[in-house]
Ligand binder design. Structure first.
Ligand code: SF4
Length: 393
């Protein structure tokens, strides 16, 4: 098939919420339905480009991606598993990450020098990761120093954070965590210090501290980067065991206790299974709580006839429902909600990136500078060395 020079797209430079390109920016709103599928003719173009690149290409597809993209993934998984998979395929010169920006950064950090990581749309960010900026984190740390507590604080950042925040944590003797090893990370941190500074997801931090470690809600304080001194007094900082960053996931944060009450009435005998990025009250009222990998496993291994209401991203829930016709799998909330930034990676962007690679142009490459990558890797390696973590996520 002849290669057609793709027209440059302005979309890659649009920041979320700035400007509009209704023809291509499908899925950045949450209007109550999934965005329509792209032109089916693009399927053939994606196939042809993938075939032309052969083993030089490895496509990673995050669980929350839409079907039209996931069908081209060489492997699927959550962000950490995908980065490890990229590192395990050194023959692939191009790693195309169908996920969001922080995931592609992690892939660049973990892969070899000769591998180039491509994010088909630079505007595919993560609202949670964007809630913690490095300057804000440095400012918080200087307040801890002035309050005389910095020495006692061990920072932990969730995988869903930018590379420079992972590097900050690496430099300050902290670790990265995923949703499946947050508990062991926090235990590790409390073995080394008196306080934990947990970034950027307040819900995962609170759920881990209170549900898993048995701390009280009063042991946790919330650092608001938009308020002077984080909105906290020195006394509050000194008394706290866990300082939570005021960040959250705009998808998982939407589920409420009312969603759970409603689904229990609608689906008798339903098992409510949610991700720990959900609010504390939601997690407390759910039957099962765990990472996306945990949710997939729990539903796959359940006996036929089981019923689940799932509190995680809609694309994944839809796929689980299709893959398990012998079980009832419903979305926890009545209102449709997908990850709008993840949905920016659609077939037009994937085809554009792949066809450019075929033509020898590396577009939308994600690179992390050497110093940042070094310290971020230090924090990631600390996570991998945690007891029982190893290569699993
Ligand atoms: S689902 Fe939430 S945490 Fe995951 S990429 Fe989307 S906004 Fe970020």
């Amino acid at each position: 098939m002849a290669f057609t020079e793709p027209a440059p797209t302005p979309l890659a430079l649009l920041l979320l919420g700035h400007g509009a390109d209704p023809d291509t920016e499908r899925g950045v709103e949450c209007p109550g339905d999934l965005p329509p599928a792209s032109d089916p003719a693009l399927v053939e173009r994606a196939r042809a480009a993938k075939e032309a690149l052969g083993d030089r290409l490895f496509i990673l597809g995050h669980h929350y991606q839409r079907d039209e993209v996931i069908q081209f993934a060489d492997t699927t998984g959550d962000s950490f598993k995908l980065s490890q998979q990229a590192a395990a395929h050194p023959e692939a010169e191009y790693i195309v990450f169908c996920g969001v920006h922080f995931m592609a950064e992690s892939a660049d950090i973990l892969t070899a020098e000769h591998q180039k990581v491509v994010l088909p749309d630079m505007a595919a960010g993560c609202s949670m990761a964007d809630m913690a900026q490095i300057d804000q984190v440095r400012e918080a740390w200087s307040v801890f120093e002035a309050a005389g507590i910095a020495e006692a604080v061990v920072p932990i950042t969730y995988m869903n954070s930018s590379a420079d925040i992972k590097a900050f944590v690496g430099r300050h003797d902290g670790t990265v965590c995923t949703s499946s090893n947050a508990k062991v990370s926090m235990e590790w941190a409390f073995d080394r210090g008196e306080k934990v500074f947990f970034l950027p997801d307040q819900h995962l931090g609170r759920n881990t501290a209170v549900r898993d470690l048995g701390l009280s809600l009063d042991d946790c304080v919330l650092w608001d980067p938009h308020k002077p001194h984080g909105g906290l007094t020195d006394e509050q900082l000194r008394a706290a065991k866990v300082i939570l960053w005021r960040g959250h996931c705009s998808v998982h944060g939407r589920f409420t206790e009312a969603s759970i009450r409603d689904v229990r009435e609608r689906v008798p005998g339903v098992t409510v299974i949610v991700h720990p990025e959900c609010q504390y009250e939601v997690v407390q009222n759910a039957d099962l709580v765990g990472s996306t990998e945990y949710i997939i496993k729990a539903i796959s291994e359940a006996p036929a006839g089981s019923a689940f209401a799932v509190g995680t991203e809609l694309n994944l829930v839809r796929r689980l429902a299709i893959e398990h016709p012998d079980k009832t799998v419903v979305f926890l909330d009545r209102d449709v909600c997908f990850c709008s930034t993840m949905n920016r990676i659609d077939l037009p962007h994937l085809v554009w990136a792949l066809e450019n690679l075929v033509a020898g142009n590396v577009v939308q490459q994600i690179t992390v500078d050497e110093d940042t990558a070094h310290w971020a890797r230090v924090a990631l390696d600390r996570m991998l060395a945690l007891p029982g973590v190893g290569a699993k996520d």
